[in-house]
Design a protein around this ligand. Sequence first.
Ligand SMILES: Cc1cc2nc3c(=O)[nH]c(=O)nc-3n(C[C@H](O)[C@H](O)[C@H](O)COP(=O)(O)O)c2cc1C
Length: 283
Amino acid sequence: MRNKNFNIGVVTFKNPVFLASGPAGYGIEYRDLINLEKLGAVVTKTISLMPKEGNSGTRLQETESGLLNSIGLENVGARRFFDEKLPELLDAGAKPVVSLACEGKEEYLELLDITSKQDNVDVVELNLSCPNVEEGGMGVGTDPALLRWYIKEAKHILGGMAVLAKLTPNVGDISSLAVISEKAGADGITAINTLLGMDINLETGTPVFDRVVAGFSGPAIMPIALRAVWEIAKVVRIPVIGVGGISSIEDAGKFLAAGAAAVQVGTAIFYDPGLPERIVDSL
Ligand SMILES: Cc1cc2nc3c(=O)[nH]c(=O)nc-3n(C[C@H](O)[C@H](O)[C@H](O)COP(=O)(O)O)c2cc1C
């Protein structure tokens, strides 16, 4: 029987099955469908310093093999999140991992400062990889100097909190970014965020999304995420958390076999909210 406990930095999780950032919102939206207490953790929707309305136009588009999204980090902002949403998530018995936006440097430092004052938070995930925003996001996660800066500041300002670096697959060599993240002080790597995709409306001949590109997730990206985790796990000593297209217990098993210390389930909860709990039961 596998020992279900595992650690990121000094933080212990009861099992290695998390909800991924985004599809479950702040987590509480799913409390009637998923026993949140049973999961290792719930990674919240990415939070920015100020509230964000998100992108205009179409935001979600299904394809044969996955989902395109252009949400654009819509969220209530840090203060409302910490005052209203986080207490509800804690009341539901969930272990929160707070996903932080890596936006402009000044906003980011203030976001870190507010986060550092939260007694109920001991792990954050830095979203260094959002493809759906102009500032910060993927641009940060693909530039080694910026990647280093964002992680170092988080480690410095957040004191003892564990810091996960969530990386983008939209690069030539994701494992080198993982090594940079580890050297900058990250306590774990989350891989992967969505891949860049797009769609065309055949009636108008124009792109479906106002920003043209969108993030692609779901079953089709699972082999890509698995390859990324395999490569990263070979070159870092910190835990790697696998995410991308996990749609079955077998998929989760493959990530753990590839070297992941834990897995996150994202898109699949839209049509199979029972999956994360079944993965926990299977361990
Ligand atoms: C609707 C939607 C919203 C998302 N929002 C976020 C987000 O706010 N922050 C983040 O780090 N990742 C976000 N993601 C990416 C997921 O956390 C995950 O990395 C990606 O979708 C791959 O996993 P999956 O195929 O299991 O969904 C979002 C994904 C979807 C589908």
